[in-house]
Write a protein that binds this ligand. Structure first.
Ligand code: SAM
Length: 236
């Protein structure tokens, strides 16, 4: 369930109709025709029952989010992880969310941050993020249509207290940029899909960085899990 949308694992219209009538909050039942794929990390859907849309609104720990499952990535399963980061952040921090999607990390962290720079390469995601910033009355989030590999070209090196990197399928090409943007003593949260614990340790420790924590955020498939490394930038 995401907002008013139920996503079924099977292409079963009869079951979809039953699901639709079982809960008044559901307006649409979808079947995911493709896995999450491509640069924008989106999926293709077929409408099985209800209103033929892939857009809905959901609420997460008091934050309202407009989402469109076909236009931009969103996972409600990261809600607890977002709250973990909210509990870690200090008042007034400068935060950069490199792969911001429709804005859930950026808007949640903006409750305590001084400023949040939130970039995404998908124009559809950035449009929804702009709406979500307005909807939640955040005045300290700067949404940006940007390829994360260019952020180092116009943001000041060492100027961020915290960097969020949630592109778990391919974080490695962007890690150097994250290290350049965070101040010494600042934190990077690097998300990665991995089969075994510690798969990214060697890559991370090739930089002036110390890993302060590694945890499993959620299981992804029989073999892989979505992990997060909490990393402190060392050095001058
Ligand atoms: N942080 C968001 C969330 O948790 O809902 C979105 C995470 S989603 C796994 C990854 C996002 O990275 C997608 O929205 C995708 O469009 C974006 N993305 C992929 N490649 C990118 C790049 N080179 N620069 C910036 N954003 C990129």
């Amino acid at each position: 369930l995401v907002g008013g949308i139920a996503i079924m694992q099977d292409d079963d219209s009869e079951a979809a109709e039953i699901l639709l009538t079982s809960r008044p909050s559901i307006h649409t039942v979808l079947f995911a025709e493709t896995p999450v794929s491509g640069e924008y990390r989106t999926r293709g859907f077929q409408v099985l029952a209800g209103v033929p849309v892939t857009a809905t609104e959901c609420t997460e720990y008091g934050m309202r989010l407009k989402i469109d499952l076909e236009a931009a990535y969103f996972s409600a399963r990261l809600a607890n992880e977002r709250q973990r980061l909210v509990s870690l952040i200090q008042e007034g921090e400068r935060v950069c969310v490199m792969f911001a999607g429709v804005g859930p990390f950026a808007i949640a962290l903006a409750e305590k941050a001084g400023i949040v720079i939130a970039g995404d390469i998908n124009p559809g995601a950035v449009l929804l993020m702009e709406e979500n910033i307005r909807l939640n009355r955040r005045h300290n989030v700067i949404p940006m249509l940007a390829d994360a590999c260019h952020l180092g070209g116009f943001l000041t090196a060492g100027s961020f207290d915290r960097i969020i990197m949630n592109l778990p399928m391919s974080p490695v090409p962007f890690f150097e940029t994250a290290v350049s943007l965070v101040r010494p003593g600042g934190t990077i949260h690097l998300y990665a899909m991995q089969e075994n614990e510690g798969e990214y340790r060697e890559m991370i420790e090739a930089y002036p960085c110390t890993i302060t924590g590694e945890r499993q955020v959620r299981s992804y498939s029989a073999a892989q899990h979505h992990a997060v490394y909490d990393i402190t930038r060392t050095g001058e």
